[in-house]
Ligand binder design. Structure first.
Ligand SMILES: [Mn+2]
Length: 252
């Protein structure tokens, strides 16, 4: 069983070439299951605003392997379960399997107080219902304002504020009793060895990016960083663990 986790494409219909690059890149890494870990789209102001490119990309993902899953990010949390189901994709809050937990990753960035307060506000069902009732043009305008504000905040804040907080990582691994936590959001691809297991982070994307590949064989689990581009796939780092043992070993 090979599961590929990718995130943070930040796709935007004004850049059609990036959709093609994303699909060609994903095609480079055959897998049994694709997990889209959030911020696939740079903005999602309602399913009624989906572009033909958005639909083509989602149809492609939904037709890959079995049970493609979509974990929402902070940019595309308004995408709906019904809309994704029509494209063969299952919307999930997170992937929580015994051997693997996948989240978008913003949950771990608890030093980013401004963002966490904003998240609480916009995830409120009343806020969502009111927002979706607004005309499309107004929703697009609001989203554009929020993106601009987010760019300015990110440019002006300390590096550490946008990263995962170690104690949160530990808490998540203990809470889900997992040895492998995978996420995106921070745009800092790496595999970190932590006291409770591995934390693997996927990248954001330009024409290429870094995904996380989890390979589950009978008695062994492996995880690696996979650099994916339309023309090539390169494995960067691989860790293995024997079933029933807590310890990960780095192989390459
Ligand atoms: Mn994000």
């Amino acid at each position: 069983m090979r599961q590929l986790v990718v995130s943070d494409f930040h796709l935007d219909p004004t850049e059609p070439a990036r959709y093609r690059a994303a699909m060609a890149s994903i095609n480079r890494c055959p897998c049994d299951q694709l997990i889209l870990a959030g911020d696939i789209f740079d903005a999602w102001v309602g399913d009624d605003n989906a572009s033909p490119l958005d639909e083509e990309f989602l149809d492609f993902c939904g037709n890959l392997g079995a049970d493609t899953q979509f974990v929402v990010g902070n940019r595309d949390f308004l995408i709906t379960e019904e809309y994704l189901a029509q494209r063969g994709i299952r919307l999930v809050e997170m992937v929580a399997e015994s051997q693997l937990v996948v989240i978008h990753g913003d949950e771990l960035c608890t030093l980013d107080h401004g963002y966490q307060a904003f998240k609480q506000e916009v995830r409120d069902p009343t806020w969502i219902a009111e927002f979706l009732e607004k005309p499309l043009g107004e929703r697009q305008q609001i989203a554009q304002g929020l993106r601009q504000a987010s760019r300015e905040t990110q440019a002006n804040r300390a590096e550490a504020i946008g990263d995962a907080v170690e104690s949160e990582v530990n808490d998540w691994m203990i809470r889900f009793d997992t040895r492998l936590l995978v996420h995106g959001h921070t745009h800092r691809p790496a595999i970190h060895s932590t006291p409770f297991g591995l934390r693997a982070v996927s990248s954001d994307w330009g024409d290429s990016g870094v995904g996380v590949l989890i390979d589950q064989q009978d008695a062994q689990q492996s995880v690696s960083l996979i650099h994916l581009a339309p023309s090539a796939m390169t494995e960067h780092e691989r860790w293995n663990r024997q079933a029933g043992t807590p310890e990960w070993k780095r192989n390459s």
